[in-house]
Design a protein around this ligand. Structure first.
Ligand code: ZN
Length: 174
């Protein structure tokens, strides 16, 4: 995909830089005009999942648990992953539960698709490199040196989510 801004958005939501671009297509997601077979068109080599769960390498993160956002009584049929640490930080910080949040390096075990919550409407073209899958994610490691967002950033994001909820925009799970 043509991405002249290199994943940088002007929306003040963070830089959303892919930490490990796919080496086969240099993060472009395409080779010779076709989706890159190495990264399945994502341009991402390494994926992250932000959560408050305590996991270890080899664990599977399965769909069907409580979603991080939205109506808490509903379970989700997807698990979410992202190629940018910044999006994973949001996932970790805003996940339901206590504690500081964690970011794991994950591998999808099945097909992935664009996260409909973060593409087209809010961020055209999926600059946050956020995806979802109905298959489990396998934990391969943990990112331990990430920087959290400031309390001001977190408050702004929560306010934004509250505003969306009042406007009737719910996270899309199906
Ligand atoms: Zn690639």
């Amino acid at each position: 995909m043509d991405d002249p801004d290199h994943g940088v958005t002007g929306a003040g939501q963070g830089p959303f830089v892919v930490s490990h671009p796919c080496p086969a297509c240099r993060g472009q997601g395409t080779t010779d005009g076709q989706p890159c077979p190495t990264c399945h068109g994502t341009g991402v080599q390494r994926f992250f999942h932000g959560t408050k769960a305590d996991l270890k390498p080899g664990d599977l993160i399965e769909p069907g648990r409580s979603p991080n956002f939205g109506r808490r009584e509903r379970t989700t049929s997807y698990v979410y992953l992202t190629g940018t640490l910044d999006a994973a930080v949001w996932g970790a910080k805003l996940a339901i539960g206590e504690g500081p949040g964690r970011i794991y390096i994950v591998e999808p075990t099945g097909p992935i698709e664009d996260d409909a919550n973060l593409t087209d409407k809010k961020f055209p073209g999926n600059p946050t490199k956020s995806y979802r899958t109905r298959q489990p994610l396998r934990v391969t490691g943990e990112v331990t040196d990430w920087q959290g967002h400031s309390p001001e950033d977190l408050r702004a994001m929560r306010d934004h989510l509250e505003l969306l909820k009042r406007q009737g925009v719910e996270p899309i799970d199906d």
